[in-house]
Design a protein around this ligand. Structure first.
Ligand code: NAG
Ligand code: NAG
Length: 757
């Protein structure tokens, strides 16, 4: 409020100062521009007398422009042309004057006609009747008439006829020959003679019309009415528009003589009128006044009235000499032209402020989001680090760093690496699931296909052992062991990364009707020998004896040449034995479990031997280690086999897919070997080394007899074998290890061939 008052006060002070400062110019511009010459009469009553017209010789330019103001007997005074009775009612600087001109009449009373023509026919020198503003008119119902006179360099005559038969024929306002007729007059007329006559002295119309009238009249000021048939008799003069101009030469001719050139005002121009004589003067655009006198043309202040300019309501009009401009006031923006030339500045300011605030908020939000993401990333890294340490990553790193680097060594993978490889551990990548955890297929950045096992949570007290196992496993480089490539410790659940074995588990082959057919006896024997070899190697050859502890057909994988790859050992030891998890474990491996170990909890290499015995039984019989869909006595394969063997009925349970010529001896031998492995007392079971040698010996012997007996069956052999490459490994096997076991094998081949189909 205080500011507003101050502003108002300031504004009014400024306004007063402005008025005081500019008052001389205001006074000057408010003065009317000069119309007439100095000391000349410029007015006669209401009528202006602009130069070149004047009342005295010094005041007019030429005698044609002499006018007389008569104030005797007239109030207001009247202006006359010269000293005649021709009254002038208006003088326009555009080149027209308005005169009162005569009417010609023709009347007939009592058998006598009374005719009056105009007493005066000619106009001042170089003045002409305006041919567009005036019309020759006759009013009467039995009349015809003429207008004649002189034009520039010729004469003229024109006329019309006005007739009617009754008053009812007449139409108000229409002058088309019924009671009234009109015609235009030609250009450049400077004498006017009027004549009006009656055809038959009003014989047939005398009861309402006895007079006719002829006149040249300003079209705008005459409108025909029925009453005019009679009331025109009292009228003697009617307005006539006359054009005036200076001299009879052109502008160029006039300009050549400066002493007589009439356009004397500054900002005036000369132009030729559309008709008539001479030239006229005119103030230039933006000026007004009398171009015929000195300083007669004055600047028009277009800003004085709204109609004088086309500035919009926001614009401020500024007058200039001969023109004006529309300007935006200070609180507006824009160039000030056109419809929305000026726009409020404040809007701009508000818009700028709004944009500023909006972008500020956006930046703030962005910053908050970035900070949030960064904090989240840090938190994730922290948990990753925590898990890494918790999972013994530090220990593993230390152990690794003590050894010389080699490409065979275990890699510590980052979690994100494995996430990428498994498509974020997508369900479609799962290739195995069980008590041990979940196995995903994955493709590493270097295009290697791997199997990634997500283990069950590690018991913190066993971390050292876990790391040890991982470390030891990574050292095993046996062609029949699924190689551990590395691990990831950044999650609460450690992830193990193995080489990917293409052909799935032995179990899936044995217990699938179609696949099992491909798995012929020689292949099965080879797989058994390879598995036994690995276990033997683990038990004795490796630096630290490793007990697999979970030997079963599910943990024997096959590659595309049906080479056995033993998987999932060592790590299985890490599974903590609490009750909840034991029950899940039993689901997968109960049928293979060493009964002695179950009783004593004493884990020895002989537990693996027992489990391997069950694997041999599965290979021979094609049955599952534990089948719940069979009768109670057949549920456990090991127990059932032992009872069958007691009754000498082995071939009743041999898989009919492998029963063929010449392999019964081998099958019996393997069955015998399995029986020994399944001894209840671990001490009574053979060692893995003995088992492996026995199996290799069988293969070697079988190969010899094969070569001896089946030379002619070469083609049949090839069709039975899944892969030639697979066979070639038999020949390249470690034959030396089989020496000395041939005799043992022979002793075992005692069982009768019953062809158990
Ligand atoms: C006047 O009226 C009479 C009768 O209607 C007609 O015969 C005569 O021609 C008319 N005269 C004129 C001049 O129109
Ligand atoms: C014609 O008649 C009308 C109506 O009476 C009148 O107002 C008008 O002045 C008349 N015209 C002339 C030129 O006298």
């Amino acid at each position: 409020m205080v500011f507003e008052k101050l502003n108002n006060m300031q504004a009014s002070i400024l306004l007063i100062m402005f008025i005081l400062a500019s008052s001389p110019t205001l006074l000057l511009s408010s003065q009317n521009p000069p119309l007439a010459k100095l000391k000349c009469e410029d007015r006669c009553g209401d009528i202006r007398i602009p130069f070149p017209f004047g009342t005295t010789e010094e005041c007019y330019i030429d005698q044609s422009f002499w006018v007389t103001c008569n104030d005797t007997g007239f109030n207001p005074p009247k202006l006359f042309w010269w000293d005649t009775s021709v009254e002038i009612t208006d003088i326009s600087l555009d080149g027209q004057i308005k005169l009162q001109w005569f009417i010609a009449k023709n009347c007939y009373y009592n058998g006598k006609s009374n005719i009056s023509n105009n007493p005066f026919s000619w106009l001042p020198k170089y003045f002409t009747v305006n041919n567009t503003a005036n019309k020759f008119t006759i009013v009467g119902c039995d009349a015809y008439g003429f207008v004649s006179g002189r034009r520039i360099e010729r004469n003229f005559t024109t006329g019309c006829t006005a007739m009617c038969s009754s008053e009812a024929d007449l139409t108000e306002g229409e002058c088309d020959g019924v009671g009234c007729c009109q015609t235009t007059i030609p250009k450049d007329v400077w004498t006017v003679e009027l004549e009006v006559r009656s055809y038959s002295n009003y014989t047939n119309v005398s009861d309402f019309n006895t007079c006719s009238y002829a006149f040249v009249v300003e079209d705008a000021s005459f409108k025909f009415s029925k009453a005019n048939l009679t009331n025109l008799s009292r009228v003697t003069k009617l307005p006539l528009v006359v054009d005036w101009a200076i001299g009879n030469g052109t502008c160029e001719e006039a300009k050549s003589d400066a002493t007589t050139y009439a356009c004397v005002s500054a900002n005036s121009t000369c132009h030729k009128p559309p008709n008539g004589y001479g030239y006229r003067c005119r103030c230039e655009e933006g000026f007004e006044g009398n171009p015929y006198v000195n300083h007669g043309c004055r600047d028009i202040d277009e800003c004085l009235h709204k109609a004088g300019n086309n500035c919009t309501k926001n614009e401020y009009c500024r007058n200039s000499e001969g023109s004006y401009s529309c300007i935006c006031p200070e609180k507006y923006d824009g160039d000030g032209r056109g419809e929305d030339g000026c726009k409020k500045k404040q809007n701009m300011k508000i818009a700028i402020v709004l944009i500023g605030v909006a972008s500020g908020i956006i930046l703030l939000l962005l910053a908050i989001i970035l900070i949030y993401l960064e904090l989240k990333r840090r938190a994730q890294n922290k948990t990753k680090r925590k898990f890494f340490l918790q999972n013994g990553g530090h220990m593993l790193q230390e152990k690794l760093s003590r050894r010389e680097a080699s490409p065979e060594m275990v890699t510590i993978f980052s979690y994100s690496e494995l996430e990428k490889a498994t498509n974020n551990f997508h369900n479609s990548m799962i290739i195995g699931q069980g008590g041990f955890g979940t196995v995903y297929k994955g493709v590493l950045a270097d295009r290697r296909t791997v199997a990634i096992k997500r283990s069950i949570r590690v018991d913190p007290t066993q971390i050292e052992q876990f790391i040890n196992e991982v470390f030891i496993l990574s050292q095993i480089n046996h062609r029949n062991v699924v190689r551990l490539l590395g691990c990831c410790l950044e999650t609460d659940v450690p992830l193990l990364v193995y080489e990917f074995i293409t052909n799935g588990t032995l179990s899936s082959h044995l217990h699938n009707e179609a696949k099992a057919r491909v798995l012929d006896w020689n292949t099965r024997l080879k797989i058994a020998a390879e598995t036994a070899g690995v276990l033997s190697y683990l038990h004795s050859s490796a630096a630290t004896p490793i007990i697999h502890r979970d030997v079963k057909t599910d943990n024997i994988l096959l590659d595309n040449t049906f080479t056995a790859k033993v998987a999932d050992f060592g790590a299985s030891k890490l599974v903590p034995i609490d009750l909840a998890q034991l029950s899940t474990m039993v689901q997968g491996t109960f049928g293979y479990l060493d009964p002695e170990y179950m009783q004593t909890n004493q884990l020895t290499e002989k537990s693996d031997v027992y489990s391997f015995g069950v694997v041999l039984l599965e290979l021979v019989t094609g049955r599952r280690a534990l089948s719940f869909d069979r009768p109670v006595e057949e549920k456990s394969l090991a127990n059932y086999f032992l009872s069958v063997l007691k009754q000498d009925l082995l071939f009743g349970i041999v898989d009919d897919k492998i029963v063929g010529s010449g392999n019964m001896e081998q099958i019996s031998a393997v069955a015998k070997l399995a029986k020994e492995c399944l001894n209840v007392r671990g001490e009574d079971r053979p060692s893995m080394k003995e088992v492996a040698m026995e199996l290799e010996g069988l293969i070697l012997r079988g190969k010899h007899s094969w070569a001896r007996i089946n030379v002619e069956n070469e083609e049949e052999k090839e069709s039975l074998l899944p892969n030639d490459d697979g066979m070639s490994h038999f020949g390249n096997g470690d034959s030396s290890s089989s020496v000395g076991y041939d005799s043992i094998s022979r002793d075992h081949i005692l069982l009768p061939m019953n062809g158990g189909r």
